[in-house]
Design a protein around this ligand. Structure first.
Ligand SMILES: [Zn+2]
Length: 326
């Protein structure tokens, strides 16, 4: 599992703000209660005195244990007094405790050296939001992929029913998403425009990100222009490039629609090759045929993709046109 720097720092900020908000609420409640019930301050002084006595008692040797036991009983009795006082005055018993969102880790994100579940959940949530910010990923799910748009009769040229084939592809993609791990294979989704390649690659992205993997999804055009910007910037940073080469699943949508230059050809080769060498999965979708891809991205790149990726050929009529017709 890996997350981008921005997701990690957003999670840290979020936990920090939960923590300070909870502490602020507690301070305000404390002011309110001690103004109304000043005796609570007296009890609190008693609590801090017993606390100090415990610290002193640690140096007392063998008698310490009994003494500490007495102190903690006293302490509990005072706490009970505070609780009943709060209750009598219409407050909840725990009104003066800091209302952390996660009681387990007090909103620090860690407990006993381990990452708390709340931090894991927060990271998953933020990664999903990040995905949604570059695409309409939320709308593209497996359960709303409609096979009815694909013709049922056997295509005379291809000898298969497009609907049947797409049903198999849908099933394969579901299994791929659910079983995804960092050693999953790469996918090469190809076929004419408007056949649901983006829909299925985003449906995979959603499930994989939900399972806690770091997914980057974007169009080839956006990926390439962000790399180009980084390459020619003065900062010398290669943060975006590292993320693209290192994330658990990289999805490059609509390869071939961008304007190709010497830079884009080299960048795509670098991505494809580096991720194959690192055994990291990629999903590439393209409307281009194999020979069009070769013409645009050289035979060297095309054969790396075709030789190493699982090929999924999408069939049917342009769904977007069909949908618009209704
Ligand atoms: Zn927690």
């Amino acid at each position: 599992m890996s997350y981008s720097k921005s997701t990690l720092s957003k999670a840290a900020q979020k936990l920090e703000s939960r923590r300070s908000k909870a502490q602020r609420i507690q301070m305000a409640r404390h002011l309110e209660v001690t103004e109304k019930l000043p005796i609570i301050s007296k009890y609190e002084n008693q609590l801090s005195e017993t606390g100090l006595s415990v610290v002193k008692a640690i140096g007392m040797g063998s008698d310490a244990q009994e003494y500490i036991k007495q102190l903690s009983e006293l302490n509990l009795a005072v706490q009970d007094k505070i609780k009943s006082l709060l209750k009598e005055n219409g407050y909840p018993e725990d009104y003066l405790e800091v209302p952390y969102t996660c009681k387990n880790c007090s909103d620090t994100g860690y407990k006993g050296g381990y990452v708390c579940e709340c931090r894991k959940e927060l990271l998953r949530q933020l990664a999903k939001e990040e995905l949604a910010s570059v695409s309409e990923s939320e709308k593209c799910r497996f359960d709303n992929f409609d096979l009815n748009y694909y013709p049922q009769p056997i295509d005379s040229v291809l000898g298969v029913s497009p609907q049947r084939r797409m049903s198999d592809i849908l099933e394969y993609c579901k299994c791929y998403a659910e079983d995804f791990d960092t050693e999953s294979e790469s996918l090469y989704m190809h076929g004419a425009t408007g056949l649901g390649k983006t829909h299925l690659s985003l449906a995979i992205a959603n499930v994989v990100a939900e399972n806690g993997y770091r997914v980057i999804y974007d169009t080839a055009q956006n990926i390439l222009s962000s790399l180009e910007k980084e390459k020619f910037s003065y900062s010398g940073s290669s943060e975006r490039e590292n993320e693209i080469l290192d994330c658990d699943l990289l999805i490059i949508d609509d390869l071939g629609s961008e304007f190709s230059t010497q830079f884009t050809v080299a960048a795509i080769y670098n991505i494809v090759n580096t991720r194959i060498n690192r055994s990291k999965p990629v999903i590439i979708s393209t409307n281009l045929t194999e020979s069009e891809l070769e013409a645009k991205y050289t035979q060297r790149i095309t054969s790396r993709i075709i030789g190493n990726y699982v090929s999924l050929l999408f069939l049917g009529k342009d769904i977007r046109q069909l949908k618009n017709a209704f």
